[in-house]
Design a protein around this ligand. Structure first.
Ligand SMILES: [Zn+2]
Ligand SMILES: [Zn+2]
Length: 601
């Protein structure tokens, strides 16, 4: 390449001293016709003889080999067809600026720099398989023509077979008549670079411009594409290179570029390091959903993922396991009670606080997830949904509601629990469907499709669940989270006092600002007494009644004053009642009786 650059500067001819079979050409007189590798020792010998050899040694370096038969290859200058992309580089750059890149630094960084250094697109490939290059060349005068459609080929071609197969070798037999000299025109033998096929996807998928013009117009450019960082010079480029040329537009509005998967220590996977994780093994053990949820929630997809197979196991257990268990819990009782969600309705304000709280948390979570997804923050959205499932739905709501599903009799409370759990499960399954499509579909079929013939037949054909502002009660969410905080503090206090939860206690004292206490836990008190296993909850406005003041003697100060009596004085100080200590604190002094004598401190 350096030689070629120099030859351009000094206008030197391109000398091709090796032919297509790897043999030296006529110009190389002493060894013409010889295979290049066989000529190597002879050339060395010749240079030595003529006193021109400076040094000869064996040098290790990388070398290209045929990927199929592993024979050594020779880099060889070939004539190629190019698209002159350098002729519209400014359009490539301008249209790149219209694209939202995630992560954003790629726009001006890796991709922008790649566009800045644009070289013409080498379009042709000397292979057999591929899209035949649609250029015909005149045998006689070398005139070139490009055929744009089957119709044009049928019109201009001679002896076009019917039906016409556009693949090689059939299309190669179609000849045209040259406009200029009436000579025969034949298709140039090359096929098109497969990256052109991928870049032509937006048009090819609609057979545009021959069909579906409206559909194409409505859906171009694409809202969103996603691929790996290695596609900077591949698909990201080929899409833009074609769309900027044809329509002066980018082919996609938003693109998420994911980074590569590393091993769990952050080291690139390689066979020699034996740290490669076989994806087929992971997929067959835990399924695609667990793997995808793991990759999405572990780190932003545009950062390198440190892949720990244990993490997938954990996701399968913690996230998918919890989801399936929550569903199974519902299904178990719904089957026993023959509960049909379509037959019942219960306004939210008729439901107990725990149910209203769950509905509120669901809608807050859906709003936040939806907003994050709109910003392509898939990781954040998925983590929010996961927290809701595990912390709110499973660890709190289902656990707290178990007993409401027991018992045979119908009651408004039981109905409320059924409806609430059902509605929340359905919305949740739809919310996670984009990331765990298989599990979501399975649960959707059971929860919705089999129950309601009017419903969309697949979760993937139903709308993403909107978070509904009017179902959110922030005050209630705050009250519940405060109650849960009190409970966890209460349980921690039990633990530090080594009092097991199953041992009931008389009373728990909770310090809350006076005016908030009654409303704060209105309707939630049972949660506290049951979770902490106490008979009574007492609210205090401050901690003074819980404090016990004690006095401690300071020998350094007492010693000089009381001499031998210091130990007796210290003993009296230790025994002071809380009232006396309070009096001491208030007035600064106190009279004591030590061994029958009055002293003051
Ligand atoms: Zn080969
Ligand atoms: Zn011609």
């Amino acid at each position: 390449a350096d030689d070629y650059e120099l030859s351009k500067i000094y206008d030197l001819p391109v000398v091709q001293s090796v032919d297509e079979r790897g043999r030296l050409t006529e110009e190389v007189t002493p060894w013409r016709g010889m295979f290049v590798k066989e000529a190597d020792p002879l050339i060395l010998e010749d240079l030595t003889k003529r006193g021109l050899l400076f040094k000869s040694e064996t040098y290790r370096h990388t070398y290209p080999f045929c990927w199929r038969c592993e024979s050594p290859l020779i880099y060889y200058a070939r004539k190629s067809w190019f698209i002159r992309t350098t002729g519209y580089k400014d359009r490539l750059l301008a249209n790149n600026r219209k694209i939202n890149w995630y992560p954003p630094e790629l726009k001006e960084g890796r991709f922008g720099e790649w566009l800045e250094g644009n070289v013409d697109w080498a379009l042709s490939r000397e292979r057999y398989w591929g899209t035949p290059l649609n250029i015909w060349v005149c045998d006689n005068c070398r005139a070139e023509t490009s055929i744009e459609s089957i119709a044009e080929l049928k019109e201009k071609g001679e002896a076009v077979p019917d039906p016409l197969d556009l693949h090689r070798p059939f299309v190669d037999e179609v000849t045209l008549r040259c406009d200029k000299c009436s000579g025969a025109m034949r298709r140039t033998p090359e096929v098109i670079d497969a990256w052109f096929d991928s870049g032509a996807m937006p048009y090819a998928q609609y057979h545009y411009p021959f069909e579906y013009k409206e559909e194409f117009k409505n859906r171009f450019p694409a809202d969103f594409i996603s691929e790996g960082i290695d596609q900077t010079r591949g698909w990201f480029y080929s899409l833009l290179a074609i769309s900027a040329f044809l329509f002066d537009q980018p082919a996609y509005k938003n693109v998420i570029v994911h980074e590569l998967i590393q091993d769990k220590e952050g080291v690139k996977m390689s066979k020699s390091k034996k740290n490669v994780v076989d994806p087929r093994e992971i997929l067959s053990r835990h399924g695609a959903d667990a793997t995808r949820w793991y990759v999405v929630t572990t780190s932003q997809v545009w950062l390198p993922t440190r892949f720990d197979p244990e993490g997938v196991t954990e996701v399968a257990r913690r996230f998918l396991g919890t989801l399936k268990n929550s569903y199974s819990f519902f299904a178990l009782y719904a089957n026993i009670d023959k509960f049909d969600p379509g037959e019942h309705q219960l306004d939210l304000d008729q439901r107990p606080p725990l149910d209203r709280w769950l509905v509120s948390r669901l809608n807050s979570t859906l709003l936040a997830a939806d907003k994050n997804l709109s910003d392509y923050q898939i990781t954040r959205a998925s983590r929010l949904l996961q927290d809701f499932l595990i912390e709110d739905l499973s660890n709190w709501y289902v656990r707290r509601s178990r007993r409401r599903f027991w018992g045979a009799e119908e009651s408004p409370d039981k109905l409320s629990a059924y409806l609430t759990l059902y509605e929340v499960l359905v919305a949740f399954v739809r919310a996670v469907a984009p990331v765990v499509p298989f599990v979501a579909e399975e649960l959707y079929q059971e929860l919705v499709a089999k129950q309601d013939p009017q419903a969309a037949e697949s979760v993937h054909l139903s709308d993403y669940p909107p978070g509904r502002e009017e179902l959110i009660d922030k005050k209630l969410e705050w009250r519940m989270s405060t109650a849960r905080k009190i409970i966890s503090l209460g349980l921690a206090a039990r633990k530090s006092a080594q009092l097991k939860v199953r041992q009931p206690l008389k009373k728990i004292s909770v310090i809350l600002p006076e005016d908030e206490a009654p409303q704060l836990l209105d309707g939630l008190l049972d949660l506290l007494t049951e979770e902490i296993n106490v008979k009574e909850v007492e609210f205090l406005k401050d901690a003074s009644s819980l404090k016990r003041l004690v006095a401690k003697p300071i020998f350094q100060n007492l010693g000089p004053r009381f001499g031998k009596k210091v130990n007796a004085v210290a003993e009296v100080i230790r025994e002071l009642s809380a009232e006396k200590v309070e009096a001491l604190r208030a007035s600064g002094s106190l009279k004591l009786f030590v061994e029958g004598q009055e002293e003051s401190i």
